[in-house]
Design a protein around this ligand. Structure first.
Ligand code: NAD
Length: 351
């Protein structure tokens, strides 16, 4: 086993980034060496006072506003980037990290399969990563696991298939400000419809990424893709840590997508997500039905919690990313994700 601890930095100390910090502090063989966030309420503060945790290290971790200064002082080998949803906005940050010689794991939904919406940027990331001999991965609970990788893995026991019906009915409550804004939580119905018409509301980001990941994984081209979005209106006031929706306002988004693959194979995706679903009498769950031989019919109830799920998968993929050959990777390129309970260095390949 290698001697040096894995030096990890976090860029973006919001709901996901701060959760990753907490998880890393409890993992053997790791050293959380730096954190960057530009929120004035965090800058200059110790993460241990913000998280209300004991410092297990012989150094403090002070949140820095300037990413260059953080990378130069902390000298991480891998950076967990938890600031964005879109490849376009994450790209300059990813490039900067790569050019500092660090591996990257991004929570940006589009980065889970960036060639789906940004093939040129995906190619550029791959090239720059190879030039700098580092690896880049996008992952998260969804996209990254529940509506794509898990279905792909389940199809591994099938001789043939005709259709994927994948549904994730989940709570938005664990997610931060960025997600609340993207889903329109707290908007009036009229404001939501206006944003929908002007295409200024994102809803769930990642359906096209999930569908194309499945298509590529089973060796078929995607011939068409279509998605729809509708507001979920609450009948009672709902509030979560980062969101609030008054009665008759928007508490989440109901998204559906259909993808058609070669060989007449269909992928149907259904993803209604809202804050505090129990207040609307909604039971959460993850469901994957694959028609074919043999039939696959998976149900996980309640849902896999999305906040902790994202935090965990990003941290658990660290050794796989460090071990991988340089370039842009996706969840179908790397070894299967698993919870790392022992010393993380045991999973790092040595010569
Ligand atoms: P959040 O809003 O709670 O946190 C984002 C943090 O990044 C904030 O603290 C903000 O100050 C900081 N930040 C933003 N831009 C910055 C910059 N240029 N420099 C320094 N700091 C900056 O959001 P979150 O819930 O933590 O989620 C983070 C991102 O991950 C979101 O875009 C979200 O959509 C995505 N996400 C993806 C998945 C998935 O399953 N793939 C799951 C959860 C979140």
């Amino acid at each position: 086993m290698r001697q040096e601890k894995i030096k990890i930095a976090i860029w973006g100390f919001g709901a996901m980034g701060s959760g990753m910090a907490t998880m890393i502090l409890h993992k053997q063989g790791t050293d959380l060496c730096g954190v960057c966030d530009n929120y004035d309420g965090y800058v200059g503060k110790s993460i241990f006072s913000l998280l209300n945790l004991n410092n297990p290290y012989d150094h403090d971790v002070i949140i820095q506003k300037d990413i260059m200064s953080m990378l130069e002082t902390a000298k991480p080998e891998i950076v967990l980037l938890a600031t964005d949803s879109f490849t376009k906005s994450a790209f300059p940050k990813i490039k900067l990290i790569i050019e500092h010689g660090c591996h990257v794991i991004s929570t940006a939904e589009e980065m889970a399969y960036p060639k789906a919406n940004q093939p040129e940027l995906a190619e550029a990331i791959d090239q720059i990563a190879k030039q700098n001999k580092v690896t880049v991965l996008g992952t998260g609970v969804n996209p990254g696991m529940m509506m794509d990788l898990l279905a792909i893995v389940l199809s591994g026991v099938m001789t043939d298939l005709t259709k994927f019906d994948i549904s994730r009915i989940n709570s938005l409550s664990p997610f931060g400000k960025t997600v609340m804004e993207e889903q329109g939580v707290g908007l009036s119905q009229a404001e939501f419809m206006n944003k929908l018409e002007n295409k200024t509301i994102a809803g769930h980001v990642g359906f096209k990424e999930s569908a194309m990941m499945i298509a590529d994984a089973i060796g078929l081209d995607m011939e068409s893709f279509h998605q729809t979005m509708a507001p979920i209106i609450t009948e009672v006031d709902r509030s979560s840590k980062y969101g609030f929706a008054a009665k008759d306002d928007v508490c989440g988004v109901n998204m559906k997508a259909q993808a058609k693959l070669e060989n007449n194979i269909d992928i149907n995706l259904h993803h209604p997500q809202q804050i505090e679903p129990q207040l609307g009498g909604v039971k959460t769950g993850d469901y994957i039905r694959i028609s074919g031989s043999p039939e696959v019919n998976m149900a996980i109830t309640p849902e896999i919690e999305g906040g902790l799920g994202t935090i965990a998968i990003c941290v658990n993929m660290i050794p796989h990313v460090i071990n991988a050959r340089p370039g842009l990777k996706t969840m179908i390129d790397l070894p299967v994700p698993r919870a790392i309970i022992g010393d993380m260095r045991k999973l790092i390949e040595t010569e």
